[in-house]
Design a protein around this ligand. Structure first.
Ligand code: F3S
Length: 659
């Protein structure tokens, strides 16, 4: 039977059941895992606690790429721990300075047809080369590393038919911003977007990564392009042509839905504060004085992106009130740009080249000024994401960012270059990248690994393990949130906060710090509590600290109007019961500090419908558990670590469970 590309890859990795039905749970064998420094300590602590001596997937890579600002001992402690844990467990390490995880993964490890799970929401970046790449929480990565098939709700597969060709001055960023404008940050829930059609074959891999990477902002499970001639060209340029396999949807295959986008009709677009789907054209947006421009990041830090930005800036200078910085996505791209003279153009124009790292994208340096307007080519503009909740962040293409840096207000490349904008179309990805893997540490042999001691500095605190839910729950509402709470709201990012993530007792003191600085102390004092959330609770980054920190503070359940996929999985993994209001209007009847009571909780959970009594208001309401059978087992067991250890013990792989 003719199959679309997504189903082809899923069926090649299917462990059970024998059929894949949209909305039902499937279990998949994983080929590759990815972790990065500011989320990974929990992953490797969990892997240590599981008790296996080596990763059991083909390729696991640990990236030291997000936080390279060593403000004090904490981050270097983390990096030394991670590097030693990788040596112990047979994991590759991409050292600081080699580049941003997704760019390096696709260039040096990815291959068409593989299935990857990464502890970062932008893992779908790898869909650019015909891989199926899914962002998950850190505990899930630890689970995948055991070789146990991973659960996934079978997504719907949506065909995105691209026609036409991008105009000069337009970027693949316009495609994903158009998708967000049409479909919103919730539109992709439970979906895979498969980009096909004649327009898709005009896009190089560096264009495709912008779309698949930022597809995370749609809430999608992942996004994918076929492995076609463009992918062959990319793999050849990486010196890995032998790993290329052509992989396209079968002719006549079916999809669960279809979207049409004519690339020729797209104009330069801009996402306005504070959501990536708040999109309009650069022509129409209200002009504001811009304080900061950031070009690069994993979404738009490719050779072509940076070269185009350099050409827009050539012969101009960054406006005197603008701070303009650039984060190139990998060392090999940096070297090629240097060789071809583009870095000189950027430097001459007054652009400051930053480290080959995520840095400002996750608030590690370069926070905007008070009330500052920042224009970025990255993928998220949530309030506070850039490190300053008063800042207003706009998302654009590198071409628009460069033009904006020149004028100090929102400007397109065409407005700067006139008819010369056509020369941007001539920039293509190199035929060969200056490949140099000397910054990648290869896994040790089993004998060598056995001698490695894992190094634990004082910042590496033990992993907290939750208890199983009890039959009777009586506690107060420690927080009632608005809609679209992000994991950045729950666990703020910055150089300072990110360096605390391996120390939960410390980090939990800053839980919801930017949203409600009184929350952590209140939750701790209550001892046990429930959070009430609005729509799309937990959207954004995959960081599982947004589950671990509330769990550590005694949060037993989150009841929301709707919930983001990765965050829901993280709550399950860390023993917090995720519930959805059966009637969303009940949200309005509950207030912070109301006393809630649930009787026969465990029995009610089995029915997936729970009656909650609000003893303060004297009312009752119903909440649903939108969980699969195995997710329910996990949560009843007290989280993924307890569950997995039970399972591995039953399989005879390990001896001990958690008491
Ligand atoms: Fe890094 Fe930002 Fe991408 S934090 S992985 S550059 S989304």
């Amino acid at each position: 039977m003719a199959q679309n590309l997504t189903r082809k890859i899923l069926s090649a990795h299917l462990a059970k059941p024998s059929e894949m039905k949209a909305g039902e749970e499937i279990f998949l064998k994983v080929d590759q895992t990815l972790t990065h420094d500011i989320n990974a300590v929990m992953t490797y602590l969990a892997f240590e606690a599981i008790g296996l001596d080596r990763t059991r997937v083909e390729t696991s890579v640990s990236y030291l790429d997000h936080n390279l600002l060593y403000l004090d001992h904490k981050t270097p402690d983390d990096h030394i721990y991670l590097q030693s844990a990788a040596k112990k467990f047979g994991v590759y390490v991409s050292r600081p300075g080699n580049g941003i995880c997704h760019a390096v993964q696709v260039a040096r490890f990815g291959a068409p047809g593989k299935l990857s799970m990464g502890g970062d929401s932008h893992t779908p970046h790898g869909g650019s080369i015909g891989m199926l790449c899914i962002g998950v929480g850190g505990m899930d990565v630890a689970t995948a590393m055991t070789g146990v098939p991973m659960r996934l709700k079978m997504p719907q597969v949506i065909r995105v038919n691209l026609t036409g060709k991008l105009k000069p001055g337009c970027n693949a960023k316009e495609v994903i911003l158009e998708m967000l404008r049409r479909n919103t940050v919730k539109g992709g829930l439970g979906k895979v977007y498969e980009y096909v059609g004649p327009g898709a074959s005009t896009l190089e891999v560096s264009d495709r990564v912008t779309i698949t990477n930022m597809g995370a902002e749609l809430g999608a499970t992942t996004s994918i392009f076929p492995a076609d001639e463009m992918v062959r060209k990319f793999m050849t340029a990486e010196g890995r042509e032998e790993e290329f396999v052509e992989l396209c949807p079968d002719e006549g295959c079916s999809y669960d839905g279809e979207i049409e986008i004519n690339l020729s009709e797209l104009e330069p677009l801009i996402a306005c504060p504070h959501q990536p789907d708040n999109v309009t054209t650069v022509w129409e947006v209200e002009k504001k004085k811009v304080q900061q421009v950031l070009i690069g990041g994993c979404t738009n830090g490719s050779y072509k992106d940076i070269a185009k930005a350099a050409l827009v800036l050539k012969g101009h200078h960054v406006q005197e009130d603008v701070s303009c910085t650039c984060t190139i996505s990998s060392k090999q791209i940096y070297k090629q740009l240097l060789k071809d003279g583009y870095l000189e153009m950027l430097i001459d124009a007054g652009v400051r080249l930053l480290e080959l790292a995520c840095g400002p994208c996750c608030a590690i340096g370069q926070s905007p000024a008070t009330d500052g307007v920042a224009v970025r080519t990255t993928n998220r503009n949530f309030k506070g994401r850039a490190g300053n909740p008063t800042a207003k962040v706009y998302l654009v293409s590198p071409e628009t960012a460069a033009a904006t840096a020149i004028t100090g207000t929102f400007t397109t490349a065409e407005e700067i270059m006139g008819a010369d904008v056509a020369i941007l179309d001539e920039i293509k990805e190199p035929e060969h990248y200056p490949v140099d893997d000397s910054m990648i540490i290869k896994p040790l042999t089993n004998e060598e690994a056995a001698k490695v001691e894992i190094v634990r500095g004082p910042n590496i605190a033990p992993l907290p393990v939750p208890d199983a839910p009890e039959q009777y729950l009586n506690c107060k509402v420690s927080l009632k949130t608005v809609d679209n709470i992000t994991t950045d709201d729950i666990t703020p990012a910055s150089a300072e906060f990110s360096s605390m993530r391996s120390n939960i007792p410390l980090m939990s003191q800053y839980c919801y710090h930017r949203y409600d600085p009184t929350f952590a102390a209140r939750a701790k004092e209550l001892g046990r509590s429930i959070i009430i959330g609005g729509e799309n609770y937990g959207q954004g980054s995959s960081r599982e600290h947004a589950a671990i920190n509330p769990m550590y503070l005694g949060v037993k359940a989150v009841i929301a109007k709707s919930m983001a996929r990765i965050h829901k999985g993280n709550l399950v993994n860390h023993g917090i019961i995720p519930m959805i209001f059966e009637d969303p209007s009940d949200y309005d009847r509950i207030d912070q500090m109301d006393e809630l009571e649930i009787e026969n909780l465990r029995d009610q959970m089995m029915t997936r419908e729970v009656t909650v009594n609000d003893r303060t208001k004297g009312i009752s309401f119903k909440a649903k558990l939108e969980l699969s059978d195995s997710e329910l087992e996990v949560i009843l067991c007290g989280g993924q670590l307890r569950y997995l250890k039970e399972e591995l013990k039953n399989m005879g792989v390990i001896q001990e469970t958690i008491e």
